[in-house]
Design a protein around this ligand. Structure first.
Ligand SMILES: N=CN[C@@H](CCC(=O)O)C(=O)O
Ligand SMILES: [Mn+2]
Ligand SMILES: [Mn+2]
Length: 335
């Protein structure tokens, strides 16, 4: 029996999604009338065969905010996956029959054992990739990133893996006694890279000077992190940003994309642990960056992190994430 399958039969870290959680407005059954809820197929982890994930976008939730709690943030991201599924449900289908969507359910962390939950996440991500799917991960605190990236590394041990992060924060805190949090995922990855003799290829866009200490800036410099401040992400700089991103992408074979929703302005994205009043907008510039990533054809997986429905006025943050998801799928559809 495959290792991931054996582990998943122990249900401590996994909850399947019921098909009926995918529901929404019904405009009819013709494919030009359809919404995502009508095409998503909920499949239990232990039921899948190879053909079911091939060329599929595969949702996998990470019901966890233990990393946020350990980082002294506002908890609530454990309910992020549920909220994301709700807003994704009503998105119109602009790609059928090009794109199949599967929902594999959630990795859960109900016992504070974050490290074990991250292991299960990584195992499942590796399995999805191995079976030809595109992991589309629904957080969860930004501790989702570590499990995500370890899973990608498992499946691609010899590739140059770049990580592109949209975030107000570097997430380069030094772990105390090896404890994972939502604020140290990139430090953990940097350490792994050092140990395994891999390049640490990290590009982060949207950094706020006022949300990161000089120590973190220093660490970013020492680790050769490419970063662009939120303040420098605007129309006048668009060619420069795209060039920097393309130069980074050229150093990589494949890329994981992670979107910490606190990168956006808190007016648009209030539902996070650490809101950012002067964050990014989802405007033309952000779309151009996403388009540049899609055109590279190097992105193998995505996660959305830090959605905290407790503070999400009008579901603004979840809907913003849904818009990114919508654009991402349409930018990548086969024409
Ligand atoms: N995931 C990262 N979170 C931020 C939290 C900042 C805050 O709570 O204000 C960090 O660790 O720096
Ligand atoms: Mn952040
Ligand atoms: Mn983060």
């Amino acid at each position: 029996m495959e290792k991931w399958r054996k582990n998943m039969i122990n249900k401590n870290y996994y909850r399947a999604t019921e098909q009926n959680c995918w529901t929404g407005r019904n405009d009819g059954d013709d494919w030009v009338q359809m919404r995502w809820w009508q095409i998503v197929q909920a499949i239990q982890l232990n039921e899948i065969g190879k053909e079911e994930l091939e060329h599929s976008l595969v949702f996998l939730g990470f019901e966890c905010d233990e990393g946020v709690a350990r980082n002294k943030g506002r908890v609530g991201a454990i309910k992020g996956p549920e909220s994301l599924r709700k807003v994704f449900s009503n998105l119109p289908v602009h790609f059928f029959p090009y794109q199949k969507i599967v929902d594999l359910g959630n990795i859960i962390c109900t016992n504070k054992n974050l490290e074990e939950a991250q292991k299960h996440l990584s195992m499942t991500v590796a399995m999805i990739l191995e079976k030809g799917g595109f992991p589309f991960l629904l957080g969860g605190g930004h501790e989702i990133l570590y499990g995500h990236s370890v899973g990608v590394r498992k499946n691609y041990p010899n590739k140059k893996i770049g990580i592109v992060n949209f975030d107000a924060h570097f997430d380069l805190r030094k772990p105390i006694e090896n404890i994972a949090t939502s604020g140290n995922g990139f430090y953990q990855i940097a350490e792994d890279c050092k140990r395994e003799n891999n390049d640490f290829l990290y590009f982060v866009l949207g950094i706020q000077e006022s949300s990161n200490t000089l120590e973190l800036f220093d660490r970013a410099k020492n680790l050769d992190v490419n970063y662009i401040l939120a303040r420098d992400i605007h129309l006048l700089n668009i060619e420069k940003i795209k060039n920097e991103l393309k130069n980074f992408l050229n150093k990589t074979d494949i890329v994981c994309l992670t979107i910490d929703l606190d990168v956006f302005a808190s007016a648009d994205s209030p539902g996070v642990s650490a809101p950012t009043p002067n964050g990014l907008r989802y405007d033309f510039v952000f779309y151009e960056i996403i388009k540049c990533l899609a055109e590279s054809k190097k992105v193998v997986s995505i996660d959305f992190a830090e959605l905290n429905p407790n503070f999400d006025i009008d579901h603004r943050t979840a809907k913003l994430a849904a818009n990114i998801a919508f654009d991402w799928v349409n930018l990548n559809r086969d024409k």
